[in-house]
Design a protein. Structure first.
Length: 215
C-alpha cells in the first residue's frame, strides 16, 4: 500500500481555503499537515513537515522564482501551484521552475484531488486552457482523468506486476484490477501493456479540464 500523501497548503482566498480543507478531509489518503501558511512561512512549514505535496497560491508568490527556490531546497516535495486562470506561459514557467503541477482554481474539485494524487507520483499536470497550444504529454479530458486507485494500478502495471501481484499489493481482487486496467486503457487510448511503457511516467504531462465548475 502507498503511504498517505501529506500536504502543506499556503494561504488562499477564504473560500478556496475552506474548499481545499473540505476536499482534503474527505480523502482518507490525504493528510493536511499545515494550511493557510503565510507566504513568508511556506519554506519553514515544508522544512518542518516534509510534506509529499506543497500547495502554493500563485497570487501570493513573491516572484515565480520562489517556486524554483523551494524546488531546489526541497526536491522531494512535489509543488502544485493553483492560479486564477493561468496562461500557458505562466504554467510552463511554473513547471520549468520545478513545479509538478499548475492548475486553475476553477478546476473541478474532483480533478484537483486527482491531480494532487498524480502530482505526488511526479506526473506533470496542466489545465487544458494552458495546454491548448500543444503538449507532448498525456492528454486526458476532465471526465477521463485517472482516479487515485487507477493511478496506483497504472504504476504497478508499468513496473511489470501481474494482475495477481497488483491485487496482492493493493489488497483488492483480481477482477477489480482487471476492471481498473480496462478503464486505464480506455482513458489513455491504448490497448496493451506494451503501450504503457510510453505513458504516465514521472515527467509526463496530464491535462485536466478547467472549463467546468469552480472547485
Amino acid at each position: 500500500m502507498r503511504q498517505p500523501i501529506t500536504l502543506v497548503a499556503s494561504k488562499f482566498e477564504d473560500l478556496v481555503n475552506v474548499g481545499l480543507k473540505q476536499l482534503i478531509s474527505e480523502d482518507p489518503n490525504l493528510t493536511l499537515a499545515a494550511s493557510e501558511v503565510p507566504p513568508d512561512r511556506v519554506e519553514d512549514a515544508i522544512r518542518k513537515h516534509e510534506p509529499t505535496v506543497a500547495l502554493l497560491n500563485f497570487g501570493s508568490l513573491r516572484t515565480p522564482a520562489q517556486v524554483f527556490e523551494l524546488h531546489q531546497a526541497f526536491p522531494q516535495t512535489r509543488i502544485v501551484v493553483l492560479a486564477n486562470r493561468p496562461t500557458a506561459a505562466e504554467c510552463n514557467q511554473m513547471l520549468s521552475f520545478g513545479a509538478t503541477a499548475c492548475l486553475s482554481k476553477e478546476t473541478e474539485a474532483r480533478d484537483i484531488i486527482h491531480s494532487i494524487h498524480l502530482a505526488s507520483r511526479g506526473m506533470h499536470v496542466l489545465p487544458r486552457s494552458a495546454a491548448a497550444g500543444g503538449t507532448n504529454g498525456l492528454s486526458l479530458e476532465g471526465s477521463d482523468l485517472l482516479t487515485p486507485r487507477e493511478a496506483d494500478v497504472l504504476e504497478l502495471l508499468q513496473e511489470g506486476a501481474t494482475n495477481a501481484q497488483t491485487a496482492q499489493r493493493l489488497s483488492i481482487g483480481i477482477e477489480t484490477v482487471r476492471t481498473h486496467a480496462r478503464n486505464i486503457y480506455r482513458k489513455l487510448g491504448i490497448s496493451s501493456r506494451r503501450d504503457l511503457a510510453r505513458l504516465g511516467r514521472p515527467g509526463e504531462t496530464v491535462v485536466v479540464d478547467d472549463t467546468k465548475a469552480r472547485a
